[in-house]
Design a protein around this ligand. Structure first.
Ligand code: GAP
Length: 517
């Protein structure tokens, strides 16, 4: 079983994530978060909201920040006036090139099909006239991964060759004649792929009783635009001064051609986005601040440094409106992929909305005496994260198989701040007043922290059940607890136990959770 399959299986078995509408066969690209999953995801979103928005202290200068700044939140509608999406460029340009296979009836994103031919290593000559299309990430794929998808077709071709290479030939997908010679993944015959066609990723819907062009609307494909269209409202009502940021957490919807890798790419997902407004002159310093701060946030919450990369985009990769952009990438079991993007979007979005709506969205700087500088469009730094992708990264990073006293165990070493359950409470045995005492302690803890009471089975099995879902502390009530008002607290990662007085439990948990990464 691959690492990813083990994680998916754990998610299903322990109630983190289920396939959506499973009793009807599920729906590709949709997932439901179960009892533990919803707690875990809420904890990720709460940590983000507290660390970035509600807990932000505008009176203390943060290390590396160019100056003091303000942060506020917003919760905009999912369905907005469709003009928003025309102004933002999503109606005209939010599309992926799509390719269909007429033989296997599969649909691919053209930019995720890698087209190659086979050449002899000795002479670089092609071994036949055909091309092969394999699914893969153009930035990180292996030769074996490409060949594996054409095992049957290639068996005879490479059988008698000592040494061969793969030569990339992306152009074969765009050229009608060459495309006739391309084998699609898993196809028996060449020539089954259609030419790439653009496919808009926005989900369409209709508002009101009439279903015609004038009632057409969209489910938002990003939360960002809900922030831009409220920029003026917030400036007018919140007494915020530049530089300041507006944050939002919420659902976004994209009709992805190829949802894949569990919750990594789905059609309905949650974003955690900030639009940070500043002067054009200071935008580069703020970009660097936010890029580094967001990278550090994942590390502070326990993601291992070796699994996290901060990758600056090359000039070629930048969107036409972006001045700079970086991806925070995580080493998922299926490859290194984007977790969050941070971009300096200049004044592009506000300008687009100002032009389209006819409303003056310029910021009014009442501090400057220079009339020419009083009104201007701020630049925007956008750290844009996905809550589901963060969930998957935290989960993959925490998943550990180790041995305790010669016995194999699976343990989720999640930061206690994010753990769905903070403490499990066990009576050592179901007699001598231990369950009553344990329930009494459980009720006190439950008022402050999500906790779980379990009296069933051997104590070792109860520990394992909690290890597997990432509960950082297991509290046991034993004979000594009754005599001396103490409990034992077992640490999930080290398995070490310590004995403390019952009165100290809440303080112990508070300190351990707040100081945890
Ligand atoms: N406002 C900018 C924006 O939306 P994006 O790179 O398209 O940028 C930002 O999305 C983040 O949203 C991604 O880094 C990822 O974490 C998350 N995301 C995007 N599409 C997703 C999908 N189909 N499934 C899950 N998460 C997704």
């Amino acid at each position: 079983m691959s690492q990813m399959d083990k994680i998916i299986s754990l998610c299903k078995r322990r109630g983190f994530i289920f396939p959506s509408s499973e009793i009807y066969g599920g729906l590709n690209g949709s997932w439901d978060y179960g009892p533990l999953g919803v707690e875990f995801k809420n904890n990720i979103k709460s940590a983000w909201w507290k660390d970035m928005i509600s807990g932000h202290d505008e009176t203390t200068k943060q290390k590396q920040a160019p100056s003091l700044f303000n942060m506020v939140g917003v919760d905009a509608s999912i369905i907005m006036n469709p003009s928003v999406w025309e102004a933002s460029g999503h109606v005209g340009g939010f599309s992926d090139p799509m390719v269909d296979c007429k033989e296997t009836k599969s649909r691919y994103r053209a930019d995720q099909l890698i087209i190659f031919c086979i050449v002899l290593k000795s002479s670089n000559e092609r071994v036949n006239e055909y091309y092969y299309a394999s699914q893969g990430d153009p930035n990180s794929y292996s030769k074996n991964q490409l060949l594996e998808q054409h095992k049957k077709n290639l068996r005879n071709v490479i059988k008698n060759i000592d040494s061969y290479d793969l030569e990339l030939r992306q152009e074969a997908l765009l050229n009608d004649e060459l495309r006739e010679l391309v084998f699609a993944p898993g196809s028996k015959d060449p020539g089954s792929l259609t030419a790439p066609r653009n496919f808009n990723l926005m989900f369409e819907t209709h508002v009101g009783a009439l279903k015609n062009h004038s009632s057409q609307a969209y489910l938002r494909p990003e939360t960002a635009q809900g922030i831009f269209v409220n920029f003026k409202n917030i400036c007018d009502t919140s007494r915020v001064k530049l530089p300041f940021g507006i944050g939002q957490i919420g659902k976004s919807f994209r009709n992805e051609i190829n949802p894949r890798n569990f919750i990594f790419r789905s059609r309905e997902f949650e974003q955690m986005e900030i639009e940070f407004f500043c002067t054009p002159e200071e935008s580069n310093s703020w970009y660097v601040f936010w890029r580094d701060r967001r990278y550090q946030w994942y590390k502070d919450l326990g993601i291992k440094k070796e699994n996290l990369t901060l990758r600056d985009h090359s000039e070629k990769e930048l969107a036409h409106y972006a001045q700079s952009c970086a991806d925070i990438e995580y080493k998922f079991p299926f490859g290194i992929s984007e977790l969050e993007g941070i971009a300096n979007r200049t004044d592009y979005d506000l300008r687009q909305h100002m032009d389209r709506s006819g409303k003056d969205l310029r910021y009014f700087d009442d501090q400057t005496k220079d009339e020419a500088k009083k009104r201007f469009l701020p630049y925007v730094i956008e750290p844009s994260a996905g809550a589901d992708r963060a969930f998957l990264a935290f989960l993959c990073d925490a998943y550990t198989e180790d041995e305790v006293q010669g016995e194999a165990r699976t343990v989720l070493k999640i930061s206690p701040r994010l753990s769905p359950i903070k403490a499990a409470i066990f009576p050592l045995v179901k007699k001598d007043g231990m369950p009553e005492k344990a329930i009494n302690i459980y009720q006190k803890i439950k008022k402050v922290f999500p906790a779980y009471y379990d009296s069933g089975g051997a104590i070792g099995r109860r520990y394992r059940r909690q290890d597997e879902i990432g509960t950082p502390f297991c509290i046991t009530i034993d004979g000594e607890s009754l005599a001396k008002e103490t409990v034992t607290i077992r640490d999930r990662d080290s398995c070490k136990q310590q004995r403390i007085h019952q009165k100290e439990i809440i303080e112990f948990l508070e300190n351990s959770i707040s100081s945890s990464n």
